[in-house]
Design a protein around this ligand. Structure first.
Ligand code: ADP
Length: 479
């Protein structure tokens, strides 16, 4: 349970509110009940004293039995108490109550000479009032009633509240949690949709919720923000693509002119050497421009059109064959893939570019007598290409950045790359719904692992998210 989540806070707020209301209601109920009991008992004993006086006033001092008259009220059965005192002598005292809640013989005679009196004796509420008989004698009538029954009722009420309130709170917490989850389900939909938006499908947007509330307003605002970001990204992408495109022609002309000037052989040796350096740099510049052009094209969603099914194994074998000479020059051995066909769907030239760039690095950053081993294998729903070399390796602090554009590790070995080779490999992988990872040990070698979705029947690339193991990551690196 996340204590800071909106769901938890709403449930806590709701339950807190319910607790305060429940406690207030319980206190109010118990207090009102006590009050009601007291008022009704007080009224009952008061009225009863007057009624008794009305009944017995005529028989005071006459032979009629006062006790017999009062017994009409059945005090014992109804748990009531009556006492009649005439001229200081108690002539009647009711018997033991049926519920045994009090002992009538222990209840005192309360003097009411100064006026009617209310008093409590244990569970009994007593009322005492003095009357004057026709013969002038003082008659004190005492009526009492046990509130045991009311107390029992109150205890039951408190017990049900003590048990009921927590149960009510639990039920309310569960119900409010379910309701809040349901109310927040549109946010869940938005999260899923937002997770699915990437540079591979930049036109995807959050779905319209149709709820007409602030959550829908948030979705619409995010969609507008995505529109703006997409347009800015397309703009920047178009700019680098156009710039690279525009640079191509002048560079080709410079290159041609330089080659022409040098081919005539009329130049002084120092000028020729300077021009040769310029030609090298122009060549390097042309490669960078070509790489940038390729990267900006890879970033465009239309780059995924025209994919076809092809055998990655055969493509690797063919590329190794073509790069043998280059490897031999550096005294590096290339070892080809074993096994059979591994079908993937994609752009042949670009997939070949992956192999060329990885093999080129494997040769370039190797040691004399070293080797580069290429392996192609198939897993469930994926094709895996690994290029492992026995070269200089990459230090852990550089490993996270080698796929960044223009990132180069200084090796003091004189290799002059532009730092775009691995960025291109990563872009091609992503455009094919695949991923790339790297593991390296300084002084022992580096292994790149490319994972691509296997070719499906309709030859369309599967989105990366559909292949569970496909997450860009650096596998391992040790100095
Ligand atoms: P570059 O054109 O400089 O080779 P890359 O993008 O291909 O650019 O590589 C980026 C950096 O990663 C390189 O400068 C290099 O230091 C390092 N690197 C790439 N591949 C390897 C490898 N197989 N072994 C050691 N270092 C490598």
């Amino acid at each position: 349970m996340n204590w800071r989540s909106i769901s938890f806070r709403l449930v806590a707020l709701y339950c807190g509110l319910l607790l305060v209301l429940g406690l207030s209601f319980s206190l109010f109920t118990v207090f009102s009940f006590e009050r009601y009991t007291e008022v009704s008992i007080r009224a009952a004993v008061t009225v009863r004293a007057s009624v008794i006086w009305d009944i017995i006033r005529g028989s005071i001092g006459k032979p009629a039995e006062v006790g017999a008259l009062i017994e009409r009220f059945s005090p014992a059965e109804q748990n009531r108490f009556f006492l009649v005192n005439v001229g200081g002598r108690t002539i009647y005292r009711s018997g033991n109550p049926a519920d045994g809640s009090f002992d009538p013989s222990r209840l005192p005679f309360v003097d009411a000479s100064l006026g009617p009196r209310y008093s409590n004796y244990g569970a009994v509420f007593l009322y005492s009032r003095r009357f004057t008989a026709p013969d002038g004698r003082a008659v004190t009538i005492e009526t009492g009633q046990s509130d045991l029954f009311a107390r029992d009722l109150e205890d039951s009420l408190v017990t049900s509240l003590v048990i009921g309130l927590p149960l009510l709170l639990l039920a309310a917490a569960a119900a409010s949690y379910v309701l809040i989850r349901r109310a927040l389900s549109p946010v869940e939909v938005m999260i899923q949709a937002a997770e699915a938006i990437s540079f591979r499908n930049p036109r995807n947007r959050l779905p319209p919720l149709g709820t007409g509330d602030r959550v829908e307003a948030l979705g619409l605002a995010l969609n507008r923000m995505l529109d703006r970001l997409d347009s800015a990204y397309q703009h920047a992408n178009r700019f680098s693509s156009d710039a690279a495109h525009e640079l191509r022609t002048p560079l080709a002309i410079i290159q041609g002119e330089l080659e022409f000037a040098m081919a005539r052989g009329e130049l002084a040796a120092n000028v020729e050497s300077a021009l040769s350096n310029v030609l090298d740099e122009v060549g390097r510049l042309s490669k960078i421009v070509e790489s940038l052009l390729m990267l900006s094209r890879m970033d465009h969603p239309s780059s995924q059109r025209g994919y076809a099914s092809l055998d990655l194994h055969a493509l690797a074998a063919e590329t190794i064959e073509q790069m043998h000479l280059l490897a031999a020059e550096k005294r590096v051995t290339l070892k080809g893939p074993t096994g059979g066909k591994v079908m993937v769907s994609g752009d042949r030239d670009r997939l070949k570019q992956i192999l060329v760039n990885l093999l080129d690095n494997g040769i370039k950053y190797n040691v004399a007598g070293g080797h580069v081993v290429v392996d192609v294998s198939a897993g469930p729903g994926v094709a895996r290409l690994t290029v492992a070399d026995s070269g200089i390796g990459i230090a852990p602090e550089n490993l996270d950045y080698v796929f960044d554009r223009f990132y180069r590790v200084s090796t003091n070995r004189g290799e002059v790359g532009a730092g775009l080779g691995l960025a291109i490999v990563k872009s091609i992988c992503h455009a094919h719904g695949g991923l790339i990872s790297v593991a390296s040990k300084v002084g022992l070698g580096t292994t790149f692992c490319v994972t691509l979705p296997s070719a499906s029947r309709d030859a369309a690339p599967a989105p990366a998210a559909t292949v569970p193991e496909m997450r860009d990551r650096v596998i391992e690196s040790a100095a």
